[in-house]
Structure formats: C-alpha cells, structure tokens
Design a protein around this ligand. Structure first.
Ligand SMILES: Cc1ncc(COP(=O)(O)O)c(C=O)c1O
Length: 393
C-alpha cells in the first residue's frame, strides 16, 4: 500500500521553505557530486569556540551539571547576562523577571512573537531582513508588513517609512542592526528618530535583534535600541545570543531581555516547548560572556580584511555594486538592473558559474545577493573571480 503524504497544517503549508537553505542544499549536493563550487553562503563564524569556553562546559559536565535547569536559564547565566547589559549598554534588568535564556536567538524571537501575536496582528519588518522574521510571524497567523529600506538611506528605516507602515493592528516593529544581510549599523540619532514616531503609538513594542552587536568595523560601536530613552527601554525586547560573537552557533544559546509581561509570556511558552536550554551550554555561556567583546574583536580583524578584499575585487565590475558593511559578516551586492540575468534568480545564475551565494529574494530584496566573509581568503578570492567572470562583458 502506498502511504499518502501526511498533510501539513494550514499555517506551516502557508510558509515558504527557506530560499537560503534551498541554495545551501543545492550547493552541498553539487559539492557531494564532486562539482567544483565555491560556497559563500555560510552564516556562521569560521573561528572555533574559545577553548576556555569549551573547558567550562566540560568542567560543568564533570561537576554533574547535567540536569534540567530553570526554564528561564540558570541563575549564574541570567546574572552574567544582566551584568553584560549593565556594562556594555548601560541597561539594568532584573535577572529574575526580565531575562530569558533560549535555545538560540531564533527561539527567543519565536517565543516573543508566538507568545504575543494573534491572527491578523501586524509585525513591521524592514527589508532586507533576516529570513526568519516574516516566516515566524506567519507561523502564528500574523501578518508581516514588509517595508523596504534603501541603499541611499544606508538601509536604515526613515521615521516617515515607519510612520506610514503603522496601523491599528501593528503590535511589533522588528529592528536588526547590525543588519543581516546589509551590514548596516543604525546610529543612536537614527534610533531616536524612530523612537519619536513610536512615542505616538504606546501600544507597539520593539523587537531589537542585536546578535551582531560585537561585529562592527572601522571602530563603529552599535548602540542598543533600548538605550535610546527610558520609555523605549520599557517597550523594547532586546534579543541577543552567543552564536556570532563567541563562535558558538552549534551550542544554541540566545537570550531576551525586556518587559516583565513579555518575558513571562515567553517563559510560559518555552516551558511547554523546550524548557531550559542545555545545562552545560549555559555554563559555557557564562565563561563566554566573561570575555566581553575580546573574542569578537579577533574575528572582526579578520573579517574586516576579507570585507575589504571583496569590495576591492567587485569594484572592478561594471555590473555590480557592493555596499560597504559597517557590521555583521556579509557583503550585500546589487546587480545593476540592466545586467540582471534571465535565470530564475541571481543565486541560480551564479551557481551555474561555480559560486554559491544567498539570493537577495531570501531577504525580501530581489536583484541583490549576499556574500559571507566567514570563509578563508583563498575561497573569497576564487569566489570573487567567478562572480566577476559571470558578469563579464
Ligand atoms: C539577524 C539574526 N538573528 C538571529 C539569528 C539566529 O541566531 P541563533 O544562532 O542564536 O539562533 C541569526 C543567524 O543567522 C541572524 O542572522
């Protein structure tokens, strides 16, 4: 008997599969079949987790810290996160009621939206956006309202863009600076201008995903949206995590800090979903946070050189315009409209030329593509060469 495919729920069926994962999978398939491909798709540091962090996890396991932890995270980790916010951002949170540790920043974001949104509620997301924000909103039946930011404005929303997007159904505004994929970093002044608009709409909350906070170039410091004003601090849920700054993507450690009511709702949801994240991982996170931004600084030194390499190489093309990122570890590149290939997407076209990138459509920005600089110089050189060749003439 042939088994019929088990139907997906309406909500899951309505969410598109991640285009970035699809490209990464195609790249893997080509490589597995022995194909010659340079992959510039990866969204994680090529640095190892710091050895002292690994040691802290091993020591915790040997001490027997292998049991369930409190749903919201161990007391030690929540205290370390509160200390991080106080020292680095001048923000003071009560570790008992205003901080939640989750299985990656991704789960923290999922918790926040799922715990607070009802069908037809609206979430404002600015493109180019990290692939998961609109899908997470859709998974709850809410409506992502996507507003494009522009290269001329440094990919930071202008206050008038925000004001025009707000309706009586708006519940959240999602901000992500330093931004994946554009590398834009919002200044405190730009945040203050957005805060002025939000001050007129007290029912709206801000989800500020600051996971690339420590990955900034040229001496730039990325401010936290919550530090704009005491009012915004009361209305902002800050999302952060260990994945990027401490090269800990596989450990799955993220956290949220913000209003008590939202943290309580998120914790309730998490208690039924995953509970507290890995006990040994949390011990590792305490050791990582004790390093401050020193490990990120080492990464930044390497990424900055690679970023400059990509910018210099691609500047030779008359078909492409690469944007200099101030943060995160990507270079976002525009294919000039009259040079767009006929292929289904820019990424498909480049795949046929031996280089894998993530298509801008994945970030709500078709006609562009993202290069990750978390690969060695050799791969970047080879990748840029192939990209230039693909758009030659
Ligand atoms: C902007 C942004 N937020 C969140 C995440 C997810 O981070 P985590 O590994 O902590 O789930 C990513 C990962 O690529 C990201 O780019």
């Amino acid at each position: 008997m042939v088994m019929q495919e088990f139907p997906q729920s309406r909500l899951v069926a309505a969410v598109p599969s991640s285009p970035s994962l699809a490209t990464a999978q195609r790249a893997r398939d080509i490589q597995a079949a022995g194909g010659d491909l340079v992959s510039l798709t990866i969204g994680e540091p090529d640095f190892p987790t710091p050895p002292e962090v690994v040691e802290a996890a091993l020591a915790a396991a040997r001490r027997g810290e292998t049991r369930y932890t409190p749903v919201t995270g161990t007391t030690a980790l929540r205290a370390a996160i509160a200390a991080k916010f106080a020292q680095e951002n001048g923000l003071h949170y009560d570790p008992a009621s205003q901080i939640l540790v989750s299985t990656g920043a991704k789960q923290a974001i999922y918790n926040a939206l799922t715990a607070t949104l009802d069908p037809c509620d609206e979430v404002i997301v600015f493109a180019p956006y990290w692939v998961s924000y609109p899908s997470i909103a859709q998974l709850v039946g809410a409506r992502p309202v996507v507003i494009a930011t522009r290269r001329e404005h440094g990919f930071v929303p202008r206050p008038e863009d925000l004001a025009a997007a707000i309706t009586s159904r708006t519940r959240w505004v999602v901000l992500n600076y330093p931004n994946n994929p554009s590398g834009a970093v919002a200044s405190l002044e730009q945040y203050a201008a957005l805060a002025e608009v939000l001050a007129r709409h007290p029912g709206i909350r801000v989800l500020s995903d600051e996971i690339y906070e420590h990955i900034c170039y040229d001496g730039i410091v990325a401010p936290s949206f919550a530090s704009v004003s005491p009012q915004m601090r009361e209305r902002t849920l800050v999302i952060n995590g260990l994945s990027k700054a401490y090269a800990m993507t596989g450990w799955r450690l993220g956290y949220a800090a913000g209003p008590r009511d939202i943290i309580a709702a998120m914790s309730k949801l998490q208690s039924h979903m995953t509970g507290g994240t890995s006990a040994v991982g949390q011990a590792a996170a305490v050791a990582a946070l004790a390093m401050g931004s020193s490990y990120a600084a080492r990464q930044v030194a390497a990424y900055e050189q690679r970023r400059d390499l990509v910018l210099t190489r691609l500047a030779a093309s008359g078909a492409l315009r690469a944007v200099k990122p101030n943060g995160a570890f990507y270079v976002f590149v525009q294919v000039l409209p009259h040079r767009l290939p006929d292929a289904a997407s820019v990424a498909d076209y480049l795949l046929d030329h031996g280089v894998a990138v993530i298509d801008g459509a994945a970030f709500g920005y078709p006609g562009w593509f993202r290069i990750s600089v978390t690969v060695g110089q050799e791969a970047l050189e080879a990748g840029c060469e192939r990209i230039l060749k693909a758009f030659e003439g």
